[in-house]
Ligand binder design. Structure first.
Ligand code: SF4
Ligand code: SF4
Length: 161
């Protein structure tokens, strides 16, 4: 879905994604039970996950001075799109909970998003992303973290709207 905003070439030239600073371990992607079982059965049965309510946070592995997702290969993510977690499907957007509402913010780390005007991103959210974000909030509320840093808020919504 986000291919309309960020091309494969952009990402191939950047490669920031899927690696995490030591203070970003909280951002390790979370998976549904079905996704976690697919990974165990088809990619690597030894990968470790921490169960948090009804979701599974993958254990990152040390990579030079950082950490990386163990599903990252030389050719990119090993997962077919169907089994990619919402965290990765939606990034560089974040869907977060703020007070009694939900907000869609953007990461400050993506150099391509940094060049796109926030109004364009907000229009994209309204037209193409909001429906998917609401579905995840309803079906997998444990995946939604609290708004916890000064990220730009692009859109705010109520689940009942
Ligand atoms: S940070 Fe942005 S441009 Fe870089 S790899 Fe991730 S999505 Fe692509
Ligand atoms: S699941 Fe795939 S896209 Fe997501 S962090 Fe891991 S390697 Fe990257």
């Amino acid at each position: 879905m986000l291919n309309e905003l960020i091309s494969r070439e952009d990402c191939a030239n950047c490669k920031i994604c899927c690696k995490f600073e030591p203070d970003e371990l909280i951002d390790a992607p979370t998976f549904t039970k079905e996704q976690m079982q697919y990974i165990k059965n088809n990619i690597n049965k030894d990968l470790k996950f921490t169960k948090i309510d009804d979701i599974y946070k993958i254990e990152l592995i040390k990579y030079k001075s950082k950490y990386k997702c163990p599903l990252l290969s030389e050719k990119g993510c090993m997962l077919p799109n169907k089994y990619r977690p919402f965290d990765c499907e939606s990034w560089p957007f974040y869907v977060m909970k703020k007070d009694e509402k939900f907000v869609i913010t953007k990461s400050n780390d993506c150099p391509i998003f940094a060049r796109i005007d926030n109004k364009i991103l907000t229009n994209f959210i309204k037209e193409k992303f909001l429906k998917r974000a609401k579905k995840i909030v309803k079906e997998n509320p444990s995946m939604i973290t609290e708004y916890n840093r000064g990220l730009d808020i692009l859109y705010e919504f109520d689940i009942n709207e």
